[in-house]
Design a protein around this ligand. Sequence first.
Ligand SMILES: N[C@@H](CCC[C@H](N)C(=O)O)C(=O)O
Length: 276
Amino acid sequence: MIPFRKMHGLGNDFVVLDARAGALPVTPARAAAIADRHFGIGCDQFIVMEPPPAGADVFMRIRNPDGSEAGACGNATRCIAALVADERGADRVVVRTIAGDLPVERLPGGLWRADMGPARLGWREVPLAREVDTLHLPLALGPVADPAACSMGNPHATFFVDDFDAIPVTEIGPRLEHDAIFPDRANIGFAQVLAPDRMRLVIWERGAGLTLACGSGACAAIVNAVRRGLTGRRATVTMPGGDLVMEWRESDGHVLMTGPVATAFTGTLDLGAYGS
Ligand SMILES: N[C@@H](CCC[C@H](N)C(=O)O)C(=O)O
């Protein structure tokens, strides 16, 4: 039996395994089976903590419920950073993912601020299937059109809409995620700007579907909103699970994300019960 921890950031929930002391036989199929909400524990992402490479405090591997691996997960970054920082009595740790190093610091009030790194704006970086302006993708479906795209270590497209509540997210989200313009698929955000420092956002996540919050999606939304001249560089992003305070820093183009972390419960699981 292997101990696990169920954590979440604004309801974006994770099963977390600790493989720092020794490798665990976690296959994409097992991760998917454990993430299943009916036949497994259930989660939006399956996270494995691996031994810290030089220059970082932990390596975080991220899998979606469909078994695919992701380069970024903003909400899990805060959760894993908080776990490691609490273990060490530290206020600042560096989380490494396959996409890079993410420094995270403890703030008062149970909040954590993650430096999610630079937004990548080139069409090859997103990636897109062909050379197009990432600020205006030639993509439309139903009531939405003309998204902006960027990468936060994972691919995002943000549609800006006037009537947030009229968007049939679960109907158009999967079709947009799989559009041919996204060779690696994409996380699809629908944002309504309410003020220069405030927006609502809902995300259809690649490999996971509709989630209550998506940290990297909030990063992409502020970046794309600023590029479109819709908000200032600091804004509160309200998602169904709650708020993240976002900043796209002018000095270096890094995106800073501030929000809470939570542990829902801990338990043990039998990996062998979830296939091979
Ligand atoms: N929930 C995450 C993003 C998780 C990965 C995403 N579904 C992908 O495949 O890129 C977040 O908080 O950023």
